[in-house]
Design a protein around this ligand. Sequence first.
Ligand code: ACO
Length: 402
Amino acid sequence: IDIKQLRGVTGGVTTIDPGFKNTGSCKSAITFLDGEKGILRYRGYAIEDLAEKASFLEVSYLLIFGELPTQVELDKFEQDIKNESLVDEDIHKILDAFPKNAHPMGVLSSLTSALTAFNPRSVEITSKEDMYHAITMLMGKFPVLVSWCMRKMKGEPLDYGDIDLGYEESFAKMMFKRPNQEYKCNKTIINALDKLLILHADHEQNCSTSTVRIVGSSHAGLFASISAGISALWGPLHGGANQAVIEMLEAIKNDGGDFEKYITKAKDKSDPFRLMGFGHRVYKNFDPRAKIIKVAAEEVLADLGIEDPVLDVARGLSEAALNDEYFKSRNLYPNVDFYSGIIYRALGIPVEMFTVLFAMGRLPGWIAQWKEMRENKEPIGRPRQLYVGEPLRAYSEIKDRK
Ligand code: ACO
């Protein structure tokens, strides 16, 4: 049946599928995942290979344009992004207007949306060149905005990066350089950041990605669509889990560090408590991203010589749970959020910023999905509903209402 004819043929049947648990919203050639087998692939390439061998910009190019870049293509992509990395000083003024304790996800969403006002041409996408320009603009400016969100929170002066450094190195400088101190890139930190960004780069039609596609389907601009995606990611049911992990570990530490007590609590069905960072809705054997990031987390902790009682709790808790029959029999393993929070904490990143870092990684995935939706000329997203309200009622004058 021609899909356009379907409503006519079926007599206008509407399916109800809250949460879209069984409804595909689009055809996509970007990301494949098989939760039973623990498989995640971008454009057909295994996440394990990409995380080990590719850089974040290489993976971004792959997701957005469909193929791994040649060296010439990658160099051009990187240069074009660098050329777009200046952010208008007036956006800095908008940043200044936020209260210091504003949540950085709200700040990031607002500043990303504001980019449209300063780059109105980004909305007029009539050619491949227009699209490429909008994409490189966003890839260039986004790390700057992310770092500004953290600096604002910490009350630190902004850093403008370094055009001579690579994408991740310049981002690390904007994030971590202390005032009046020379900044030296730490290879282990850059490697861990690179892996974290790659592992978060896409995850097919999740809540924020679907948001980006549906907002973009009205032909709102790229920046406005991504800004909506950031708002969707902000929620604790989506991007906020890595923050919840660290908050749980801190609570266990402050309660004397007895993680066994919390494992028992998590197994107790009369107690709503769950081990944060364990289990996954889609990955029912293991989260392939967690395996990769666990190694990077160990490297970061060893390299920085970090001794942190919260991280000791994390180690003890994950080992004990992995050997516990309850968790084993239900295939509950640490997910990517369990380890990402540990790395961010080791790098001195405040918990409120964890979801912002997630957004930074997810950016190329959002862009790729938006581009695919535009190129496939998808119709405007407009779900149906089942009306369950009142039937027609006679209007009553206000004086007659009780
Ligand atoms: N701690 C203790 N028990 C758990 C946990 C946990 N973290 N996760 C699942 N279980 C138990 C459930 O109680 C259930 O037990 P039962 O069979 O005896 O009733 C069984 O394992 C299956 O769990 P479900 O709730 O059916 O699994 P579901 O797919 O619905 O939930 C979820 C997945 C939401 C991720 C869940 O594992 C959880 O709450 N984890 C903690 C929060 C978390 O880490 N979220 C981040 C996910 S990763 C991401 O979003 C990027």
